[in-house]
Design a protein around this ligand. Structure first.
Ligand code: HEC
Ligand code: HEC
Length: 135
């Protein structure tokens, strides 16, 4: 009797754990990005958000500077996976250029673990301006 009760408590806990895991998993780190060509395919939502916020601030723009509106015009959402806006692809080129500059000319700049510190960033040139060449 007591044994049966203990077994039930234990198995209820196991069921709760599985239900809990299933419920939280899609919310955090399960990557669902469809069209990543330069960022790591398995980047977490959190890290991707950080990169996007960073670019947005460096250029002084909103998300829709690079991201096209959703084809469903009734919704005011952006279609983040779409490559319809040329600015998005320019940003990819800029990202590669920036990585190259750091690798080629600033590789001496490393932290204690030997990890490269990105010396030149989007902000270095853009300073909150999408067109640094115009001043
Ligand atoms: C300067 C241009 C730029 C700005 C501003 C920008 N993004 Fe992006 N975003 C990109 C590029 C480029 C990619 C694709 C990266 C790659 O190819 O690895 C991307 C990818 C994404 C993705 C992944 C889409 C998929 O499924 O492949 C999401 C989500 C996203 N951006 C959200 C945002 C949000 C939210 C903002 C505003 C806070 C924002 N972006 C601002 C350029 C930009
Ligand atoms: C070495 C300087 C430099 C760095 C670093 C740099 N950019 Fe640029 N970027 C420029 C210049 C200059 C232009 C304007 C080019 C032109 O259109 O003549 C530009 C243009 C752009 C444009 C196009 C704007 C438009 O309206 O057409 C985007 C988008 C962009 N940069 C994103 C980025 C992002 C994102 C990063 C960081 C990953 C970055 N840039 C890093 C110099 C830089």
């Amino acid at each position: 009797m007591l044994y049966g009760k203990k077994l039930m408590v234990a198995s209820t806990l196991v069921v709760l754990m599985i239900v809990g895991m299933a419920a939280t998993r899609p919310l955090d780190d399960k990557p669902r990005h469809k069209n990543l060509k330069i960022l790591p395919k398995d980047i977490s939502h959190e890290d991707l958000d950080k990169v996007m916020d960073n670019w947005k601030a460096a250029l002084g723009v909103k998300c829709n500077f690079c991201h096209a509106p959703s084809a469903d015009s009734a919704s005011h959402r952006l279609d983040f996976a779409s490559d319809a806006k040329p600015e998005k692809d320019i940003a990819r080129h800029m990202f590669k250029m920036t990585a190259k500059i750091n690798k080629k000319y600033f590789s001496f700049n490393k932290d204690e673990q030997g990890k490269a510190i990105p010396t030149v960033t989007c902000m270095t040139c853009h300073r909150g301006n999408p067109h640094p060449e115009e001043k």
